[in-house]
Design a protein around this ligand. Structure first.
Ligand code: C2E
Ligand code: CA
Ligand code: CA
Ligand code: CA
Length: 276
């Protein structure tokens, strides 16, 4: 029994080592990708649910990998965040986003911000500066942050958001409903819209529909009371679109309206309909 115990712990050590090596590899790969300028934004439309009009886009990070093609963040964002590389990657990406906005003069674009560099002292100034350098009106930029990022250091978060709002950069609260959702804090921050997490939108039909429906109703009621817009995430079916619209959710985003797509020059990106 003792021998087997040692076997097992040795095997465990090996697995840990393999996992560590894999992550190290990925980190080295990421550093090379930064050098090679291999990160790019894809854009996904955000639409008004009543008539399908495109009101803006969310910029989503993609890694143009030499071997694996275009990789979504699920494959590498954790390593980016844990290694601190996310800050570099995001700023590279934001520059590309505003450059594209300069060539595509309509609608807003929302960018995702990692909690960690949202709290950097000069985040707001830096963002405003790259918009200015690209000749882009900051009122066309929005940032997406999570509840965790707000509550981490609430006074500082409020300062940053107020600075940005002063220049017309609005804030969206991402993945709403999955985090702390201590609703009492909401009114203390200048939040333009809540993005209802896709798990609730997916849950609207099927087994969990009663709970999801109750949750989405509660979120919409709260947002309505506070005068905050709502965007349903992960809308994949007409049934989900209809339900959200009926419940009073004004905006939506999801494969039903368009998948994240590489930038299209001269007009809104991700515009081509992609019903599958
Ligand atoms: P998120 O901000 O919640 O982004 C929405 C995710 O849902 C995106 O995944 C998008 O491709 C996916 N999605 C959109 N419509 C649908 C749909 O109808 N059905 C389903 N099943 N999924 C849909 P993606 O692009 O893989 O991004 C994953 C996460 O990575 C994002 O979640 C965000 O937290 C993070 N992320 C993405 N881009 C950036 C970035 O530039 N910077 C940082 N820091 N994080 C980013
Ligand atoms: Ca987002
Ligand atoms: Ca989200
Ligand atoms: Ca997310």
């Amino acid at each position: 029994a003792k021998a087997r115990g040692r076997d097992r712990s040795e095997r465990f050590d090996e697995e840990m080592r393999a996992e560590a090596m894999r992550l190290l590899d990925l980190e080295a790969d990421l550093r090379r990708a930064i050098q090679r300028d291999a990160f790019e934004p894809y854009f996904q439309p955000i639409v008004r649910l009543s008539d399908g009009a495109v009101v803006g886009h969310e910029a989503l990070l993609r890694w143009r990998h030499e071997l694996h093609g275009s990789l979504p963040p699920s494959e590498f964002i954790r390593v980016c965040e844990d290694s601190g590389l996310i800050e570099q990657v995001d700023w590279l990406l934001y520059r590309k986003v505003v450059a594209w906005m300069g060539r595509s003069p309509e609608g807003y674009v929302s960018i995702n911000v990692s909690p960690r560099h949202f709290h950097a002292e000069d985040f707001a100034e830096r963002l405003l500066r790259i918009a200015d350098d690209a000749g882009v009106d900051p009122r066309r930029l929005r940032i997406e942050i999570t509840e965790g990022a707000l509550l981490d250091d609430a006074p500082r978060a409020a300062r940053i958001l107020n600075t940005l709002r002063g220049h017309g950069v609005l804030a969206l609260l991402d993945d709403f409903g999955t985090g702390f959702s201590a609703l009492s804090y909401l009114h203390r921050f200048p939040i333009q819209a809540l993005k209802i997490d896709q798990s609730f939108v997916a849950g609207l039909v099927g087994e969990t529909h009663a709970e999801s429906l109750a949750l989405v109703r509660a979120i919409l009621a709260l947002a309505g009371t506070l005068g905050i817009d709502t965007i349903g995430e992960g809308v994949e079916t007409e049934q989900q679109r209809q339900l959200l619209a009926d419940l009073g959710c004004a905006y939506g985003q999801g494969y039903l309206f368009g998948r994240p797509a590489p930038p299209v020059e001269g007009r809104g990106a991700g515009r081509r309909p992609s019903r599958v």
